[in-house]
Design a protein around this ligand. Structure first.
Ligand code: 2P0
Length: 328
C-alpha cells in the first residue's frame, strides 16, 4: 500500500485576473470565448497530495482534514480520471488538500485548487507532463486554474482547440507589484461564476462589445507590462474589470456581485489615487475588491483602508511563483 509519506505534495498559488475570463465556447473542455491575463498571488495557495492506491475502495478526498461528501469527491474523481486515462491507471486515489487562505478571506479558489490537484496527480501518476500540458489539464478542472500553473503575470491563450488553449508566463512581476485584497464579504456567492458567465454569454446585449474590447485591452496590457508601465497596467486592469461587470449588468436577469462596501472600497482607491498613490481596483464574481498597487505602497494603502475596514478584511500579497513540489 502506498503510504501518504510516499506521496508528493504540490503547492499552487491562486491568481487574480487583470483581463477577465468570462464565458466559454465549449463547456465540457472549458475553452474560453476570449484570452485572459492574471497576476499570481503568494498570499493564497493550495497544497495537495495524491496517491493512487489499489487497496482503497474508492476515491477518498480530504479538504482541510475533513472527509468530503460524494458531490465534492465526484468533482475531483472526474478530474483525476483524465490522468488515470492517460496513465492507464485503475486504482482509486487518496487526495489530501489544504487551502492556505488567511482566516475570513472567503477567497477559497478553484484556481489554486485545481492547479494543485493537477500537479499532484501528475506526480502520482508518473506522467511527467510539462507545465504547458499541466495547464491544459488544470484548465479542464476550472478555467482560471490554467493560469495558476505559473507565477507572475500569466496569459491564458484562448487557442483554437483543447491542445492550444493553455497559459503562458508573460513576466515574473518582480518589479514592485502587489495587491491589497479587501474582503467585503466572506460568504459563498449566490451565483457561481460558472452559471453567471453562462447567463451573461446567452443574454447580455453587451457581450459582443466585451469580446471586441477585451482583445484590445489584452494587447495593450501586455505592451504595458513589457514596458513596466505600472500606471498603464493599472488603468487597463480597472477598465477591463468594470467593463465585464457592466456586461453582467446587461444580462437577463441582471447579474451584480457588488455590495455597498465594494463601492466604498472603489471610492477609496480613487481617493488615494488623487492623493498621488498609484492604485487600481478590480472585482471578480463576488463583492471583494482587489487593489493592484506597488508592493512598496501597500502598507500606506492598507492604513488608509483601516479607517473603514478591519485588519482581518485587508490582506496584502506580493506576486506568487510557479506551481511547485513541496517537500515534507
Ligand atoms: C477570471 N473568474 O478570469 C474570472 C473573472 C471570475 C471573474 O475565472 O467555470 O472558477 O471553473 O472555468 O475559473 C472564475 O471562473 O470558472 C473566473 P470555470 P472559474 O479569473
Amino acid at each position: 500500500m502506498t503510504k501518504l509519506s510516499d506521496t508528493r505534495k504540490v503547492r499552487a498559488y491562486t491568481n487574480i485576473a487583470l483581463i477577465k475570463y468570462w464565458g466559454k465556447r465549449d463547456d465540457k473542455l472549458i475553452l474560453p470565448t476570449s484570452s485572459s491575463l492574471s497576476l499570481t498571488l503568494d498570499a493564497f495557495y493550495t497544497e495537495t497530495a495524491v496517491s493512487f492506491d489499489e487497496s482503497l475502495e474508492k476515491d477518498t478526498f480530504y479538504l482541510d482534514d475533513n472527509l468530503q461528501d460524494e458531490a465534492a469527491t465526484l468533482k475531483v474523481s472526474r478530474f483525476l480520471n483524465l490522468f488515470r486515462e492517460q496513465a492507464d491507471l485503475k486504482a482509486p486515489a487518496l487526495i489530501k488538500s489544504t487551502n492556505y487562505v488567511p482566516t475570513a478571506a472567503g477567497l477559497a479558489s478553484s484556481a489554486s485548487g485545481m492547479a494543485a490537484l493537477a500537479g499532484a496527480a501528475n506526480l502520482a501518476s508518473g506522467l511527467n507532463f510539462t507545465p504547458q500540458e499541466l495547464s491544459i489539464f488544470a484548465r479542464q478542472g476550472s478555467g482560471s486554474a490554467s493560469r495558476s500553473v505559473y507565477g507572475g503575470f500569466v496569459e491564458w491563450q484562448k487557442g483554437t482547440s483543447s491542445a492550444d488553449s493553455y497559459a503562458v508566463k508573460i513576466d515574473n512581476a518582480d518589479w514592485d507589484i502587489g495587491m491589497v485584497v479587501v474582503v467585503v464579504n466572506k460568504n459563498q456567492k449566490e451565483l457561481s461564476s460558472r452559471e453567471g458567465m453562462k447567463q451573461t454569454v446567452a443574454t447580455s446585449p453587451f457581450y459582443a462589445g466585451w469580446i471586441e474590447s477585451t482583445a484590445v485591452d489584452l494587447v495593450n496590457i501586455k505592451k504595458a507590462i513589457g514596458q513596466r508601465d505600472f500606471e498603464q497596467v493599472g488603468e487597463i486592469t480597472e477598465s477591463n474589470g468594470m467593463k465585464i461587470h457592466g456586461t453582467m449588468l446587461g444580462a437577463n436577469p441582471p447579474i451584480s456581485y457588488w455590495e455597498p462596501d465594494s463601492v466604498l472600497a472603489m471610492q477609496l482607491v480613487r481617493k488615494l489615487r488623487k492623493q498621488g498613490i498609484p492604485c487600481y481596483f478590480t472585482m471578480d464574481a463576488g463583492p471583494n475588491v482587489k487593489v493592484l498597487c506597488r508592493l512598496s505602497d501597500s502598507k500606506e494603502i492598507k492604513t488608509a483602508f483601516l479607517n473603514y475596514f478591519s485588519e482581518e478584511q485587508l490582506i496584502v500579497s506580493g506576486p506568487g511563483s510557479d506551481l511547485k513540489e513541496i517537500t515534507f
